[in-house]
Ligand binder design. Structure first.
Ligand code: TRP
Ligand code: ZN
Length: 866
């Protein structure tokens, strides 16, 4: 026993940004030959290698988990190669050689879903970030670009479809029941963009004609049964292709663009050149199985992966510290795309909500890191909300500062200058600087400094004076390893409104707050002014202003920027909830009146109303407190929800009837009506009206679409009615065999606010349909439970213990997915001392466990230190 505890923990190696060196060998051409078999696949790799610069270092190829069978150099069996750690070292005399390796791998035993693996009987790959090394020996780093020729052979009956990157060049049948196919990708690419798929798949085939008149063959490959659920994704793909031509001038470059959907996938999707591989949840949709939220997410992810063809593939990353170069920019592009498809205001609200739900807490906790990190143990841990979502906010700020035309010119310059190369974040900023004619020296701090800047704002005005002064201050908080930070460039859109007339007193102004403090004066004030700040969420910061509840209510009614209007309402709700959580009670009248006004405003889009009347999440309320007592936050929020439900009961019931009988349509208007109906149903449930469960069940039973069915189920699952149990059973039986819908069944229960959720979730983990091996299922139960503030933090620590039991079990199968589910535990310092101690003890239990992955080790050890 004591041995295990005192045994030195082998601390995994750290990779540092400043240690970047150009590769010693490049690989201009790669030919791969796969003899595919789930239990033993043979991979032959012929690499033409070239010495890069004057040095006498041997060729060092990354590898992981494969069995090396042979190595030849220029066609001759080599005998002086060696395995060092997991790398293959081959001494080479000259500057140009052909090195051929043969290895064997076992896709059906690959549970980590990196490299070549089996999913639902098919074979597929996932190589980003460092999965290619699990397939064959290679310099597995993004700055080694190679052209690939891929040949695959497999059993024809089991794997009738053989796909790889680029264009198909040849195929044929063997005389032993096998067949083969050869693909060639003319665009040099890093190994992380390699992909192949072999399987029994049906294809939704279509075409897209590019603006220069080329015809591209499009294919979405799924199980035959799922074929009817691929039309929405296909439509989104075509919209994306047209949008990138129109908005960024980017045209598709191959003759083929294929997408394959698989059920077992660590992330959302992957942008492999010409062969995107998707988590099936971001492809498959029909009204009966997918919510409006799912439809929107599918379009966004299809667009995201498609847009990577330019921002990621044509121009890739020099090293993984530059990850946000492709991810931040591509998220910004998919956000713009989605905004252009429907309500831009609602899209911005959703994007800011997810930034605050995932990125702000990350930036304020032990795992905080800059958008361009300085070091990592496991790169898989850096596919974070900071790299993706804060990264997207940086690009958005550049666009705000430069204006749309200069931003587009900067993007054109970037693509022209770096096409076919591996670039850095600095390269991107330099293009924006050059094309925009601006100095972005200070802006670059956004890439280097972690932490969410805090902006203080007060408005001074003397009654009767035409002048008002806005006093702004900024502070970038300390984060692990970074203290005493310099001020950043904060682009703040501001406007003044008159408190009496509701009329604007100034134009919208873009203030660049570059100093620790600054004053902005307005000389056109004719009545008491109220300031609208950070309109459109122009900077990803926290605003601390002295605006009164009355002024916030005023802005919630009169602001002409929809985001600012939403934001004023949120701030009013937040102030009320924080007061209630700290003091045990608060005056709800201001919020009730503002919500009533919003519901009564006939000029507002129902989709916007639905967002505006939703209370901030428990987690976000907790983020405002110095010490979080999740029970106090829950009580405060439930009490306000109940009062809103009761006091505005007539209005909620009216909203419930709006378009309720209309047959399903996927239009912005019908989506907005469904959204508001489901928010209203939640408030009716919160009011504890006697007929609340009956109303929810009626919607559940009568629904002709998943949005209404799931909305009703969610309303029921938080309660204790008989209808709850019936609905859960009906839902389960109706969708038995549909994994994506069963995920919803698990997730809805894991998110429930019932007192006994922790116990119910532990029971669900023993359900025959539960499995940690499928990441979607693991996230649906374990991931959802971790963000359920009340259940996860249940007194006594049972939630923490259960989470860690699951993480340790999952770590043995799939470290990357396990590590992604740890962050809720890392917030331990923010909670009441009793909880903090229990959470900390669970983190220590992880770190002490022998044999855990470096993925989980990095997350847990940093969470303890930070
Ligand atoms: N590049 C992918 C995207 O953002 C992300 C991704 C997919 C990924 N699969 C992965 C990242 C596996 C790390 C590991 O679109
Ligand atoms: Zn991406």
């Amino acid at each position: 026993m004591t041995d295990a505890l005192s045994a030195p923990i082998a601390v995994p190696a750290v990779t540092r940004r400043e240690e970047y060196r150009a590769p010693e060998w490049t690989v201009p051409e790669t030919a791969l030959d796969f003899v595919l078999d789930p239990s033993a696949t043979r991979v032959t790799a012929r690499l033409s290698v070239r010495r890069n610069g004057a040095h006498d270092a041997p060729l060092v190829l990354d590898g992981a988990g494969q069995r090396p069978l042979s190595v030849t150099v220029d066609g001759v069996a080599a005998d002086d190669w060696r395995i060092e750690g997991e790398t293959l070292v081959v001494p080479l005399p000259g500057d140009d050689h052909v090195v051929e390796t043969v290895v064997e791998i076992a896709p059906d035993r690959n549970t980590q879903l990196m490299g070549l693996y089996a999913s639902g009987g098919n074979l597929c790959t996932q190589c980003e970030a460092e999965g290619f090394r699990r397939i064959t020996y290679f310099p597995d780093r993004p700055d080694v670009l190679s052209t690939y020729r891929v040949r695959m052979r497999a059993d024809k009956a089991r794997f009738p479809v053989l796909l790889a990157n680029g264009d198909p060049v040849a195929q044929g049948d063997g005389d032993d029941g096998t067949h083969w196919a050869e693909w060639h990708d003319p665009f040099p690419k890093p190994s992380y963009l390699f992909a192949l798929v072999a399987g029994d798949l049906a294809c939704n085939a279509s075409t897209f004609t590019t603006r220069s008149g080329r015809t591209v063959a499009l294919g979405i490959y799924v199980r035959a049964n799922d074929l009817p659920r691929t039309d929405h994704a296909m439509h989104a793909l075509k919209l994306s292709m047209a949008w990138d031509e129109k908005v960024y001038g980017r045209e598709y470059d191959l003759d083929v663009f294929n997408i394959v959907a698989v059920d077992d996938f660590n992330f959302g999707a992957m942008e492999n050149k010409g062969l995107n591989i998707f988590n099936s949840r971001y492809i498959l949709a029909d009204p009966d199985t997918a919510t409006d939220y799912d439809y929107d997410a599918i379009a966004a992810v299809v667009a995201h992966e498609y847009f990577h063809n330019w921002s990621g593939n044509r121009v890739t990353c020099r090293d993984w510290f530059q990850l946000s170069l492709k991810e931040g920019f591509t998220v910004y592009r998919d956000q713009q795309f989605s905004a252009d498809q429907g309500s831009a205001a609602v899209k911005r609200i959703e994007d800011v909500r997810s930034l605050r739900a995932a990125q702000f807490p990350e930036d304020a906790g032990p795992l905080a890191h800059p958008v361009r990190p300085e070091s990592y143990i496991e790169i898989g841990n850096f596919y974070t909300a900071t790299i993706y979502n804060k990264g997207a906010e940086l690009i958005r700020m550049l666009s705000t500062i430069l204006g749309p035309d200069a931003f587009r010119a900067g993007s054109d310059l970037y693509f022209a200058r770096f096409d076919g190369t591996a670039a850095t974040c600095e390269d991107f900023v330099a293009c924006m600087e050059e094309a925009g004619g601006v100095d972005l020296t200070q802006f670059r701090r956004w890439y280097a400094q972690a932490g969410t800047p805090r902006v203080s704002a007060t408005l001074d005005h003397q009654a009767g004076s035409a002048r008002a002064t806005l006093n702004l201050g900024q502070k970038v908080p300390d984060t692990p390893g970074q203290t005493g930070k310099a001020p950043q460039v904060l682009p703040l859109k501001v406007r003044l409104f008159g408190a009496e007339t509701g009329r604007p007193l100034s134009d919208e102004q873009l203030v660049l707050l570059t100093e620790p403090s600054m004053r902005v004066t307005f000389e056109t004030v004719t009545e008491r002014p109220v300031v609208s700040l950070n309109r459109g969420f122009s900077a990803p910061v926290v605003i601390e202003s002295d605006r009164s509840a009355a002024d916030l209510a005023f802005l919630a009614r009169h602001d002409d920027d929809p985001f600012a209007r939403y934001e004023a309402m949120q701030q009013l709700m937040l102030d009320t909830l924080v007061a209630a959580a700290v003091e045990g009670a608060a005056d709800h009248e201001g919020v009730i009146a503002a919500v009533a006004d919003t519901l009564d405003d006939p000029g507002l889009d129902p989709a916007f109303v639905a967002e505006a009347v939703l209370l901030p999440s428990e987690a976000f309320v907790g983020d405002q407190l110095s010490v979080v007592d999740p029970d106090a936050v829950f009580r405060a929020r439930e009490s306000l929800r109940r009062d809103l439900g009761r006091r505005l009961e007539d209005r909620w019931r009216l909203s419930l009837t709006a378009e309720a009988g209309a047959p399903y349509a996927y239009t912005p208007q019908a989506k907005g009506a469904r959204r508001l109906r489901n928010v209203a149903l939640g408030y009716v449930a919160a009011s504890q009206a006697v007929d609340a469960a009956a109303l929810a069940y009626a919607q559940f039973a009568g629904a002709d679409n998943m949005t209404d069915r799931q909305g009703a189920l969610t309303a029921l699952v938080g309660g204790t009615s008989d209808e709850r149990e019936t609905a859960l059973d009906v839902f389960y039986n109706r969708y038995a065999g549909n994994g994506l819908v069963l995920d919803k069944w698990f997730q809805t229960q894991a998110l429930s606010s019932r007192d006994d959720t922790a116990a119910l979730v532990a029971q669900l983990a023993r359900h025959p349909d539960f499995s940690l091996a499928n990441p979607n299922r693991a996230r649906a139960l374990v991931g959802a439970f971790g963000v359920n503030q009340r259940a996860f933090h249940v007194a006594g620590g049972a939630g923490y213990r259960w989470l860690v039991d699951q993480l340790l079990a999952l770590d043995a199968l799939n470290p990357q997915t396990a590590a992604k589910l740890l962050p809720p535990l890392g917030r331990w310092r923010r909670f009441t001392p009793d909880r903090a101690a229990l959470m900390r003890a669970e983190l220590e239990r992880i770190v002490a466990r022998p044999g855990i992955s470096k993925d989980l080790f990095e997350q847990a050890s940093k969470s303890l230190e930070g």
